[in-house]
Write a protein that binds this ligand. Structure first.
Ligand code: ARG
Length: 465
Protein backbone atom coordinates (compact mmCIF):
# COMPACT_ATOMS: atom_id res chain seq x y z
CA UNK A 1 0.00 0.00 0.00
CA UNK A 2 1.68 3.19 -1.15
CA UNK A 3 1.90 5.94 1.41
CA UNK A 4 0.81 9.17 -0.20
CA UNK A 5 3.25 12.02 -0.18
CA UNK A 6 1.96 13.62 3.00
CA UNK A 7 1.89 10.36 4.92
CA UNK A 8 -1.91 10.52 5.21
CA UNK A 9 -3.83 7.34 6.00
CA UNK A 10 -3.17 5.04 3.03
CA UNK A 11 -6.54 3.30 3.30
CA UNK A 12 -8.95 6.23 3.34
CA UNK A 13 -6.68 9.26 2.87
CA UNK A 14 -6.40 9.51 -0.94
CA UNK A 15 -8.46 12.71 -1.17
CA UNK A 16 -7.05 14.32 1.93
CA UNK A 17 -4.51 17.12 1.82
CA UNK A 18 -3.74 17.51 5.47
CA UNK A 19 -2.40 15.04 8.02
CA UNK A 20 -4.80 14.12 10.83
CA UNK A 21 -4.65 16.26 13.92
CA UNK A 22 -3.10 14.21 16.76
CA UNK A 23 -6.29 14.88 18.67
CA UNK A 24 -8.26 13.13 15.96
CA UNK A 25 -6.04 10.09 16.36
CA UNK A 26 -6.69 10.23 20.07
CA UNK A 27 -10.46 10.24 19.77
CA UNK A 28 -10.70 8.14 16.62
CA UNK A 29 -8.39 5.27 17.40
CA UNK A 30 -10.10 2.25 18.91
CA UNK A 31 -7.23 -0.22 18.68
CA UNK A 32 -6.50 -0.10 22.42
CA UNK A 33 -9.78 -1.89 23.04
CA UNK A 34 -10.94 -3.43 19.76
CA UNK A 35 -7.76 -5.48 19.51
CA UNK A 36 -9.82 -7.94 21.50
CA UNK A 37 -11.63 -8.66 18.24
CA UNK A 38 -8.40 -9.68 16.48
CA UNK A 39 -9.03 -13.40 16.17
CA UNK A 40 -12.64 -12.88 15.11
CA UNK A 41 -11.47 -10.35 12.51
CA UNK A 42 -9.00 -12.85 11.06
CA UNK A 43 -11.59 -15.61 10.94
CA UNK A 44 -14.01 -13.29 9.13
CA UNK A 45 -11.28 -12.36 6.63
CA UNK A 46 -10.36 -16.00 6.06
CA UNK A 47 -13.94 -16.92 5.28
CA UNK A 48 -14.56 -13.81 3.20
CA UNK A 49 -11.49 -14.42 1.04
CA UNK A 50 -12.43 -18.08 0.56
CA UNK A 51 -15.85 -16.98 -0.68
CA UNK A 52 -14.27 -14.37 -2.98
CA UNK A 53 -12.05 -17.08 -4.43
CA UNK A 54 -14.94 -19.54 -4.86
CA UNK A 55 -16.95 -16.87 -6.65
CA UNK A 56 -13.91 -16.05 -8.80
CA UNK A 57 -13.86 -12.48 -7.54
CA UNK A 58 -10.21 -12.96 -6.57
CA UNK A 59 -7.74 -15.44 -8.07
CA UNK A 60 -6.54 -18.64 -6.45
CA UNK A 61 -3.05 -17.16 -6.15
CA UNK A 62 -4.37 -14.06 -4.41
CA UNK A 63 -6.46 -16.20 -2.08
CA UNK A 64 -3.49 -18.38 -1.17
CA UNK A 65 -1.33 -15.41 -0.48
CA UNK A 66 -4.03 -13.73 1.68
CA UNK A 67 -4.54 -16.94 3.67
CA UNK A 68 -0.84 -17.35 4.26
CA UNK A 69 -0.52 -13.75 5.40
CA UNK A 70 -3.52 -14.02 7.72
CA UNK A 71 -2.06 -17.16 9.25
CA UNK A 72 1.19 -15.36 10.01
CA UNK A 73 -0.70 -12.47 11.59
CA UNK A 74 -2.74 -14.88 13.67
CA UNK A 75 0.43 -16.47 15.01
CA UNK A 76 1.92 -13.08 15.79
CA UNK A 77 -1.24 -12.15 17.71
CA UNK A 78 -1.46 -15.43 19.60
CA UNK A 79 2.19 -15.12 20.59
CA UNK A 80 1.75 -11.49 21.62
CA UNK A 81 4.19 -10.38 18.95
CA UNK A 82 1.83 -8.30 16.84
CA UNK A 83 2.49 -4.58 17.12
CA UNK A 84 -0.84 -2.76 17.27
CA UNK A 85 -0.57 0.81 16.04
CA UNK A 86 -2.84 3.65 17.08
CA UNK A 87 -2.07 5.36 13.80
CA UNK A 88 -3.83 2.46 12.08
CA UNK A 89 -7.00 3.29 13.96
CA UNK A 90 -8.74 0.02 14.57
CA UNK A 91 -8.25 -3.73 14.47
CA UNK A 92 -9.52 -4.03 10.90
CA UNK A 93 -6.99 -1.58 9.51
CA UNK A 94 -4.17 -2.84 11.72
CA UNK A 95 -4.62 -6.29 10.26
CA UNK A 96 -5.09 -5.10 6.71
CA UNK A 97 -1.96 -2.92 6.85
CA UNK A 98 0.10 -5.75 8.31
CA UNK A 99 -1.23 -8.07 5.64
CA UNK A 100 -0.06 -5.56 3.07
CA UNK A 101 3.39 -5.50 4.66
CA UNK A 102 3.54 -9.26 4.47
CA UNK A 103 2.03 -10.05 1.07
CA UNK A 104 1.96 -6.80 -0.86
CA UNK A 105 -0.82 -5.74 -3.19
CA UNK A 106 -2.87 -8.96 -2.95
CA UNK A 107 -3.88 -7.65 0.49
CA UNK A 108 -5.80 -4.86 -1.21
CA UNK A 109 -8.13 -7.43 -2.77
CA UNK A 110 -9.37 -8.64 0.60
CA UNK A 111 -11.60 -5.65 1.13
CA UNK A 112 -13.57 -6.34 -2.06
CA UNK A 113 -17.32 -6.53 -1.44
CA UNK A 114 -17.14 -5.61 2.21
CA UNK A 115 -16.80 -2.56 4.40
CA UNK A 116 -15.57 -2.05 7.92
CA UNK A 117 -19.22 -1.46 8.77
CA UNK A 118 -20.31 -5.05 8.13
CA UNK A 119 -16.90 -6.37 9.19
CA UNK A 120 -16.99 -4.82 12.67
CA UNK A 121 -20.49 -5.97 13.47
CA UNK A 122 -19.71 -9.51 12.27
CA UNK A 123 -16.57 -9.65 14.42
CA UNK A 124 -18.44 -8.27 17.37
CA UNK A 125 -21.33 -10.70 17.07
CA UNK A 126 -18.88 -13.62 16.96
CA UNK A 127 -17.16 -12.23 20.04
CA UNK A 128 -20.42 -11.83 21.96
CA UNK A 129 -21.53 -15.38 21.12
CA UNK A 130 -18.20 -16.70 22.47
CA UNK A 131 -18.58 -14.54 25.57
CA UNK A 132 -22.05 -15.92 26.21
CA UNK A 133 -20.80 -19.48 26.00
CA UNK A 134 -17.98 -18.67 28.39
CA UNK A 135 -20.34 -16.98 30.84
CA UNK A 136 -22.85 -19.79 30.81
CA UNK A 137 -20.08 -22.26 31.60
CA UNK A 138 -19.08 -20.10 34.57
CA UNK A 139 -22.69 -19.94 35.72
CA UNK A 140 -22.90 -23.73 35.52
CA UNK A 141 -19.80 -24.03 37.74
CA UNK A 142 -21.35 -21.74 40.31
CA UNK A 143 -24.63 -23.64 40.19
CA UNK A 144 -22.74 -26.87 40.90
CA UNK A 145 -21.07 -25.32 43.93
CA UNK A 146 -24.46 -24.14 45.19
CA UNK A 147 -26.02 -27.56 44.71
CA UNK A 148 -23.17 -29.22 46.63
CA UNK A 149 -23.53 -26.78 49.51
CA UNK A 150 -27.31 -27.22 49.51
CA UNK A 151 -26.99 -30.98 49.73
CA UNK A 152 -25.15 -30.55 53.04
CA UNK A 153 -27.77 -28.26 54.57
CA UNK A 154 -31.20 -29.68 53.85
CA UNK A 155 -31.91 -29.98 57.57
CA UNK A 156 -30.08 -26.83 58.64
CA UNK A 157 -32.82 -24.54 59.84
CA UNK A 158 -32.57 -20.90 59.01
CA UNK A 159 -34.72 -17.80 59.55
CA UNK A 160 -36.31 -16.83 56.24
CA UNK A 161 -36.82 -13.08 55.91
CA UNK A 162 -39.30 -10.72 54.41
CA UNK A 163 -38.56 -6.99 54.77
CA UNK A 164 -35.34 -8.22 56.41
CA UNK A 165 -37.50 -9.16 59.41
CA UNK A 166 -37.47 -12.80 60.51
CA UNK A 167 -40.55 -14.30 58.89
CA UNK A 168 -40.69 -18.09 58.77
CA UNK A 169 -38.36 -20.96 59.38
CA UNK A 170 -36.82 -22.41 56.25
CA UNK A 171 -34.06 -24.82 55.39
CA UNK A 172 -30.76 -23.13 54.57
CA UNK A 173 -30.58 -25.35 51.50
CA UNK A 174 -33.87 -23.87 50.33
CA UNK A 175 -32.38 -20.39 50.52
CA UNK A 176 -29.33 -21.54 48.56
CA UNK A 177 -31.44 -23.28 45.96
CA UNK A 178 -33.23 -19.97 45.36
CA UNK A 179 -29.87 -18.73 44.07
CA UNK A 180 -29.68 -21.75 41.82
CA UNK A 181 -33.00 -20.77 40.22
CA UNK A 182 -31.92 -17.15 39.72
CA UNK A 183 -28.78 -18.33 37.96
CA UNK A 184 -30.73 -20.82 35.89
CA UNK A 185 -32.84 -18.00 34.47
CA UNK A 186 -29.70 -15.94 33.83
CA UNK A 187 -28.10 -18.73 31.87
CA UNK A 188 -31.27 -19.39 29.95
CA UNK A 189 -31.58 -15.69 29.06
CA UNK A 190 -27.98 -15.61 27.79
CA UNK A 191 -28.25 -18.81 25.79
CA UNK A 192 -31.61 -17.96 24.23
CA UNK A 193 -30.27 -14.63 23.07
CA UNK A 194 -27.84 -16.48 20.80
CA UNK A 195 -30.73 -17.44 18.58
CA UNK A 196 -31.40 -13.76 17.78
CA UNK A 197 -27.70 -12.81 17.47
CA UNK A 198 -27.12 -15.70 15.15
CA UNK A 199 -27.59 -13.89 11.82
CA UNK A 200 -24.53 -12.95 9.82
CA UNK A 201 -24.17 -9.32 8.68
CA UNK A 202 -21.11 -9.94 6.50
CA UNK A 203 -21.65 -8.91 2.90
CA UNK A 204 -23.97 -6.05 3.80
CA UNK A 205 -20.96 -3.88 2.93
CA UNK A 206 -21.18 -0.20 3.90
CA UNK A 207 -25.00 -0.15 4.00
CA UNK A 208 -26.45 -1.03 0.61
CA UNK A 209 -25.01 -4.45 -0.13
CA UNK A 210 -22.63 -4.90 -3.05
CA UNK A 211 -22.74 -5.33 -6.80
CA UNK A 212 -20.37 -8.30 -6.58
CA UNK A 213 -22.07 -11.66 -6.86
CA UNK A 214 -21.06 -12.78 -3.37
CA UNK A 215 -22.35 -15.83 -1.50
CA UNK A 216 -23.64 -14.66 1.87
CA UNK A 217 -25.17 -18.03 2.71
CA UNK A 218 -21.72 -19.60 2.39
CA UNK A 219 -19.93 -17.05 4.60
CA UNK A 220 -22.70 -17.14 7.16
CA UNK A 221 -22.53 -20.91 7.41
CA UNK A 222 -18.72 -21.03 7.49
CA UNK A 223 -18.67 -18.55 10.35
CA UNK A 224 -21.14 -20.68 12.29
CA UNK A 225 -24.16 -18.40 11.99
CA UNK A 226 -27.68 -19.70 11.41
CA UNK A 227 -28.29 -17.53 8.34
CA UNK A 228 -27.37 -14.18 6.78
CA UNK A 229 -29.18 -11.04 7.97
CA UNK A 230 -32.05 -9.90 5.75
CA UNK A 231 -31.54 -6.17 5.37
CA UNK A 232 -28.13 -4.62 4.71
CA UNK A 233 -29.09 -1.28 6.27
CA UNK A 234 -30.34 -2.87 9.46
CA UNK A 235 -27.28 -5.15 9.53
CA UNK A 236 -24.73 -2.36 9.88
CA UNK A 237 -26.85 -0.30 12.29
CA UNK A 238 -28.03 -3.04 14.59
CA UNK A 239 -26.55 -3.23 18.07
CA UNK A 240 -29.50 -4.99 19.70
CA UNK A 241 -27.32 -8.00 20.37
CA UNK A 242 -24.91 -5.90 22.40
CA UNK A 243 -27.77 -4.25 24.27
CA UNK A 244 -29.35 -7.59 24.99
CA UNK A 245 -26.01 -8.89 26.23
CA UNK A 246 -25.55 -5.88 28.52
CA UNK A 247 -29.07 -6.22 29.79
CA UNK A 248 -28.57 -9.92 30.52
CA UNK A 249 -25.30 -9.12 32.29
CA UNK A 250 -27.08 -6.46 34.33
CA UNK A 251 -29.85 -8.85 35.40
CA UNK A 252 -27.33 -11.55 36.31
CA UNK A 253 -25.23 -8.89 38.08
CA UNK A 254 -28.27 -7.82 40.08
CA UNK A 255 -28.64 -11.40 41.27
CA UNK A 256 -25.00 -11.59 42.26
CA UNK A 257 -25.35 -8.32 44.10
CA UNK A 258 -28.33 -9.66 46.06
CA UNK A 259 -26.42 -12.83 46.91
CA UNK A 260 -23.48 -10.69 48.02
CA UNK A 261 -25.73 -8.58 50.20
CA UNK A 262 -27.06 -11.72 51.90
CA UNK A 263 -23.52 -12.93 52.50
CA UNK A 264 -22.50 -9.53 53.84
CA UNK A 265 -25.41 -9.53 56.27
CA UNK A 266 -24.73 -13.11 57.37
CA UNK A 267 -21.12 -12.30 58.20
CA UNK A 268 -22.17 -9.34 60.32
CA UNK A 269 -21.42 -9.58 64.06
CA UNK A 270 -25.08 -9.52 64.98
CA UNK A 271 -25.81 -12.49 62.70
CA UNK A 272 -22.61 -14.54 62.41
CA UNK A 273 -24.46 -17.13 60.34
CA UNK A 274 -21.43 -17.70 58.15
CA UNK A 275 -17.69 -17.11 58.23
CA UNK A 276 -15.88 -16.16 55.07
CA UNK A 277 -12.66 -17.99 54.47
CA UNK A 278 -9.56 -15.85 55.03
CA UNK A 279 -8.67 -15.92 51.37
CA UNK A 280 -11.84 -14.01 50.49
CA UNK A 281 -11.75 -11.52 53.36
CA UNK A 282 -9.61 -8.53 54.17
CA UNK A 283 -8.49 -6.90 57.38
CA UNK A 284 -8.54 -3.31 58.49
CA UNK A 285 -5.39 -1.22 58.65
CA UNK A 286 -6.50 0.34 61.92
CA UNK A 287 -8.91 -2.07 63.63
CA UNK A 288 -7.04 -5.31 64.32
CA UNK A 289 -10.18 -7.30 65.15
CA UNK A 290 -11.78 -6.71 61.75
CA UNK A 291 -12.42 -9.25 59.06
CA UNK A 292 -14.30 -7.62 56.23
CA UNK A 293 -16.32 -9.24 53.45
CA UNK A 294 -14.75 -7.02 50.77
CA UNK A 295 -15.11 -9.68 48.10
CA UNK A 296 -18.90 -9.77 48.50
CA UNK A 297 -19.15 -5.99 48.84
CA UNK A 298 -17.22 -5.47 45.61
CA UNK A 299 -19.55 -7.77 43.72
CA UNK A 300 -22.49 -5.88 45.19
CA UNK A 301 -20.83 -2.70 43.93
CA UNK A 302 -20.16 -4.05 40.43
CA UNK A 303 -23.83 -3.51 39.72
CA UNK A 304 -22.99 0.18 39.29
CA UNK A 305 -21.02 -0.51 36.15
CA UNK A 306 -23.34 -3.27 34.90
CA UNK A 307 -26.33 -0.95 34.82
CA UNK A 308 -24.12 1.98 33.75
CA UNK A 309 -22.82 0.05 30.74
CA UNK A 310 -26.34 -0.82 29.64
CA UNK A 311 -27.50 2.77 29.98
CA UNK A 312 -24.36 3.91 28.18
CA UNK A 313 -25.07 1.87 25.05
CA UNK A 314 -28.79 2.65 25.16
CA UNK A 315 -27.86 6.33 25.16
CA UNK A 316 -25.42 5.85 22.27
CA UNK A 317 -27.97 4.22 19.97
CA UNK A 318 -30.85 6.43 21.00
CA UNK A 319 -31.74 8.73 18.13
CA UNK A 320 -28.91 7.55 15.82
CA UNK A 321 -29.94 7.90 12.20
CA UNK A 322 -29.71 4.81 10.03
CA UNK A 323 -27.27 3.47 9.16
CA UNK A 324 -23.70 3.37 10.55
CA UNK A 325 -22.37 6.35 12.50
CA UNK A 326 -19.05 6.47 14.28
CA UNK A 327 -20.89 6.76 17.58
CA UNK A 328 -21.23 3.00 17.24
CA UNK A 329 -17.52 2.53 17.88
CA UNK A 330 -18.41 3.36 21.48
CA UNK A 331 -20.34 0.09 21.70
CA UNK A 332 -17.40 -2.15 22.58
CA UNK A 333 -15.94 -0.88 25.82
CA UNK A 334 -19.15 -1.24 27.83
CA UNK A 335 -19.56 -4.78 26.54
CA UNK A 336 -15.97 -5.79 27.30
CA UNK A 337 -16.15 -4.17 30.71
CA UNK A 338 -19.42 -5.88 31.64
CA UNK A 339 -18.13 -9.22 30.44
CA UNK A 340 -14.80 -8.97 32.30
CA UNK A 341 -16.43 -7.92 35.52
CA UNK A 342 -19.19 -10.49 35.37
CA UNK A 343 -16.73 -13.32 34.74
CA UNK A 344 -14.66 -12.20 37.74
CA UNK A 345 -17.73 -11.73 39.92
CA UNK A 346 -19.02 -15.23 39.18
CA UNK A 347 -15.61 -16.75 39.92
CA UNK A 348 -15.36 -14.81 43.18
CA UNK A 349 -18.85 -15.79 44.36
CA UNK A 350 -17.98 -19.38 43.51
CA UNK A 351 -14.81 -19.12 45.63
CA UNK A 352 -16.74 -17.50 48.47
CA UNK A 353 -19.30 -20.32 48.56
CA UNK A 354 -16.66 -23.02 48.35
CA UNK A 355 -14.86 -21.67 51.44
CA UNK A 356 -17.93 -20.50 53.36
CA UNK A 357 -18.19 -21.90 56.89
CA UNK A 358 -21.80 -22.35 57.94
CA UNK A 359 -22.52 -21.68 61.60
CA UNK A 360 -25.52 -23.98 62.06
CA UNK A 361 -25.91 -23.16 65.75
CA UNK A 362 -26.18 -19.43 65.07
CA UNK A 363 -28.77 -20.08 62.41
CA UNK A 364 -30.74 -22.31 64.73
CA UNK A 365 -30.56 -19.79 67.57
CA UNK A 366 -31.98 -17.16 65.26
CA UNK A 367 -34.91 -19.50 64.63
CA UNK A 368 -35.41 -20.09 68.31
CA UNK A 369 -38.48 -17.95 68.37
CA UNK A 370 -41.82 -19.65 68.21
CA UNK A 371 -43.31 -16.49 66.74
CA UNK A 372 -41.65 -17.59 63.48
CA UNK A 373 -44.16 -20.43 63.57
CA UNK A 374 -47.16 -18.13 63.88
CA UNK A 375 -48.14 -18.84 60.27
CA UNK A 376 -47.63 -22.58 60.74
CA UNK A 377 -49.86 -22.39 63.80
CA UNK A 378 -52.59 -20.54 61.92
CA UNK A 379 -52.51 -23.21 59.18
CA UNK A 380 -52.66 -25.92 61.84
CA UNK A 381 -55.72 -24.36 63.50
CA UNK A 382 -57.48 -24.17 60.15
CA UNK A 383 -56.72 -27.80 59.41
CA UNK A 384 -57.57 -29.16 62.86
CA UNK A 385 -60.44 -26.95 63.99
CA UNK A 386 -62.10 -26.29 60.64
CA UNK A 387 -62.08 -22.52 61.05
CA UNK A 388 -61.27 -19.97 58.35
CA UNK A 389 -57.70 -18.79 57.89
CA UNK A 390 -58.70 -15.18 58.61
CA UNK A 391 -60.22 -16.26 61.94
CA UNK A 392 -57.15 -18.30 62.84
CA UNK A 393 -54.92 -15.38 61.87
CA UNK A 394 -56.76 -13.08 64.27
CA UNK A 395 -56.52 -15.59 67.10
CA UNK A 396 -52.77 -15.95 66.66
CA UNK A 397 -52.34 -12.20 66.29
CA UNK A 398 -53.91 -11.85 69.74
CA UNK A 399 -51.47 -14.38 71.17
CA UNK A 400 -48.53 -12.54 69.63
CA UNK A 401 -49.78 -9.31 71.18
CA UNK A 402 -50.08 -10.86 74.63
CA UNK A 403 -46.63 -12.43 74.28
CA UNK A 404 -45.19 -9.08 73.19
CA UNK A 405 -46.65 -7.41 76.25
CA UNK A 406 -45.13 -10.06 78.47
CA UNK A 407 -41.90 -9.76 76.52
CA UNK A 408 -41.91 -13.43 75.61
CA UNK A 409 -42.79 -15.70 72.70
CA UNK A 410 -46.08 -17.49 72.08
CA UNK A 411 -44.89 -20.82 73.36
CA UNK A 412 -43.93 -19.15 76.67
CA UNK A 413 -47.58 -18.26 77.29
CA UNK A 414 -49.49 -20.31 79.84
CA UNK A 415 -51.66 -23.24 78.78
CA UNK A 416 -54.67 -21.21 79.81
CA UNK A 417 -53.63 -18.26 77.68
CA UNK A 418 -53.15 -20.69 74.82
CA UNK A 419 -56.55 -22.30 75.28
CA UNK A 420 -57.94 -20.25 72.47
CA UNK A 421 -60.14 -22.89 70.90
CA UNK A 422 -61.23 -25.35 73.54
CA UNK A 423 -59.82 -26.38 76.86
CA UNK A 424 -57.07 -28.67 75.68
CA UNK A 425 -55.90 -26.51 72.78
CA UNK A 426 -53.20 -24.85 74.89
CA UNK A 427 -51.38 -28.10 75.49
CA UNK A 428 -51.68 -29.13 71.87
CA UNK A 429 -50.41 -25.77 70.66
CA UNK A 430 -47.37 -26.02 72.91
CA UNK A 431 -46.64 -29.44 71.53
CA UNK A 432 -47.03 -28.16 68.01
CA UNK A 433 -44.65 -25.21 68.41
CA UNK A 434 -41.36 -27.05 67.91
CA UNK A 435 -39.05 -25.08 65.65
CA UNK A 436 -37.30 -28.18 64.38
CA UNK A 437 -40.59 -29.33 63.03
CA UNK A 438 -41.52 -26.28 60.99
CA UNK A 439 -39.91 -27.21 57.68
CA UNK A 440 -41.33 -30.74 57.85
CA UNK A 441 -44.84 -29.33 58.02
CA UNK A 442 -44.63 -27.88 54.53
CA UNK A 443 -46.30 -29.87 51.82
CA UNK A 444 -46.56 -27.68 48.76
CA UNK A 445 -44.54 -28.05 45.62
CA UNK A 446 -41.47 -25.81 45.69
CA UNK A 447 -41.71 -25.33 49.45
CA UNK A 448 -39.00 -25.63 52.06
CA UNK A 449 -39.94 -29.19 53.04
CA UNK A 450 -36.87 -31.47 52.95
CA UNK A 451 -38.70 -33.72 50.52
CA UNK A 452 -39.23 -30.85 48.07
CA UNK A 453 -35.64 -29.63 48.47
CA UNK A 454 -34.32 -33.10 47.72
CA UNK A 455 -36.45 -33.14 44.62
CA UNK A 456 -35.16 -29.69 43.60
CA UNK A 457 -31.54 -30.74 44.10
CA UNK A 458 -32.03 -33.95 42.15
CA UNK A 459 -33.65 -32.13 39.25
CA UNK A 460 -30.93 -29.44 39.29
CA UNK A 461 -28.25 -32.12 39.13
CA UNK A 462 -30.03 -33.71 36.20
CA UNK A 463 -30.33 -30.33 34.44
CA UNK A 464 -26.61 -29.71 34.71
CA UNK A 465 -25.54 -33.08 33.38
N1 ARG B 1 -13.70 0.95 14.29
C1 ARG B 1 -14.99 1.11 13.69
C2 ARG B 1 -16.06 0.71 14.74
O1 ARG B 1 -15.73 0.09 15.68
C3 ARG B 1 -15.12 0.25 12.50
C4 ARG B 1 -16.09 0.74 11.50
C5 ARG B 1 -15.61 1.97 10.86
N2 ARG B 1 -16.48 2.39 9.82
C6 ARG B 1 -16.46 3.60 9.27
N3 ARG B 1 -17.31 3.84 8.38
N4 ARG B 1 -15.61 4.50 9.71
O2 ARG B 1 -17.22 1.02 14.58
Amino acid sequence: MKKNKKNINPIWGSNFNKLSNPLLEKINSSIDFDKRLALQDIKVSEVHSLMLKNKKIISLTEYKSITKGLKKIKNLIINNKFVFKRSHEDIHMNIEMELHNLIGDAAEKLHTARSRNDQVVTDFKLWVIEAIKELSQKITNLQKTIINKSGLHINTIFPGYTHLQSAQIVSFAHHLMAYYEMLKRDKDRFLKSIDRINECPLGSAALAGTSFDIDRVFTSKKLGFKKPTSNSMDSVSDRDFALEFLSNVAICGSHLSRISEDITIWTNDQFKFVTLSDDFSTGSSIMPQKKNPDSAELIRGKMGRFSGNLISLLSIVKGLPLTYSKDLQEDKEPVFDSYDNLITSIDVIDGIFKGLKINKEKMKNACNNSNLMATDLADWLVMNYKISFRKAYKMIAKLVKIADKKNCQINDLTDIELNIIGNDSGLKIKKFLKIDNSINLKKSLGSTSPKEIRKAIASAKKDLN
